[in-house]
Design a protein around this ligand. Structure first.
Ligand code: SAH
Length: 286
């Protein structure tokens, strides 16, 4: 049986034609047309009956259809004003799908609920321009969110999944790593979308991690990472000093206090080191 009734070129064109719509490049609209990929996404999400799932950028509802069929309730955020009417026609949408017509980067987090219940899972073929931002935003801002399975541009997937020491391990990898860890990825061919995007895509699965302290500590760790990676090719001593607006002598002292070597580069350290550095910044009143 199909996972989504809309996951084919024919069905997708039929819905677009019926509503007199064309996909918009400015909205990053690349609709999934491959039911096998839809199935792999939904399976990876390990959905539980009736739980609330967040979807960002549902489009015409290709993935949404599979989510509703899996028996969950969906709160979806869609920027395109033409699409809520299309989504309302999905079978099973009534009472199970709530569409917020807005921008996932700025919609108030308190609004992202289904009948008062916050989402436990985040499942989406994301608009690539804001994908990295929204994944971090919802993990940081919705403490009830346990896991996510999202389609992103493959370069973004690489930054999300990067390990310390890797060329693409950066401030974003640290900041997201304070909230979630990657549990799997798989590549998705361009031909699985209509129209095909000009970049490669990958699906990334996450689960929330605990143990990186409270919001205050995570905020300080994020600040430390932003400063440390502000000048990648410099030593930690110099990049931290420049990034925080402190002297290199003070930078050296806080790095040593956090157990980091001032002459190292930022990318050699993992999440725990940045949590320690954040703790030191707080202790030093920086
Ligand atoms: N999930 C659908 C469509 C993915 S294309 C599918 O798999 O077929 C990306 C979708 O994100 C489009 O519907 C686009 O209109 C929407 N979008 C773009 N920017 C957005 C933003 N900032 N907030 C919410 N939705 C956005």
């Amino acid at each position: 049986m199909a996972h989504s009734r809309l996951a084919s070129p024919t069905a997708t064109r039929a819905v677009l034609d019926a509503h007199g719509l064309r996909t918009r490049k400015s909205f990053g609209q690349h609709l999934l047309i491959d039911d096998n990929i839809v199935g792999r996404i939904v399976n990876a999400a390990a959905l539980r009956p009736d739980e609330v799932v967040l979807e960002v950028g549902p489009g015409i509802g290709t993935l949404t259809d599979a989510l509703l069929s899996a028996g969950v309730r969906v709160v979806a955020i869609e920027l395109d004003r033409r699409l809520p009417a299309v989504l309302a026609e999905l079978p099973g949408a009534e009472g199970r799908l709530r569409v917020i017509n807005g921008d996932a980067v700025s919609v108030p987090l308190g609004d992202v609920v289904f009948e008062g219940d916050p989402p436990r899972a985040f499942v989406a073929n994301l608009p690539y321009a804001v994908a990295a931002t929204v994944v971090l935003r919802f993990f940081a801002g919705v403490p009830e969110l346990e896991r996510a399975v999202v389609m992103v541009q493959s370069e973004v997937a690489d930054r999300m999944a990067a390990s310390p020491g890797s060329r693409v391990f950066g401030a974003y990898s640290v900041k997201l790593g304070l909230y979630a860890r990657v549990t799997g990825t798989f590549a998705v061919p361009r031909a699985c979308f209509l129209p095909p995007p000009r970049v490669d895509s990958a699906v990334v699965s996450f689960e929330r991690v605990t143990g990186c302290g409270d919001d205050v500590l995570r905020e300080a760790a994020a600040r430390a990472a932003d400063a440390a990676f502000s000048q990648r090719r410099k030593t930690l001593r110099n990049s931290l000093a420049a990034g925080l607006g402190i002297s290199s002598a003070v930078a050296e002292r806080v790095l040593l206090a956090a157990g980091m070597s001032p002459g190292d580069r930022a990318e050699v350290y993992g999440i725990p080191a940045y949590v320690e550095l954040g703790r030191t910044l707080i202790a030093e009143g920086l």
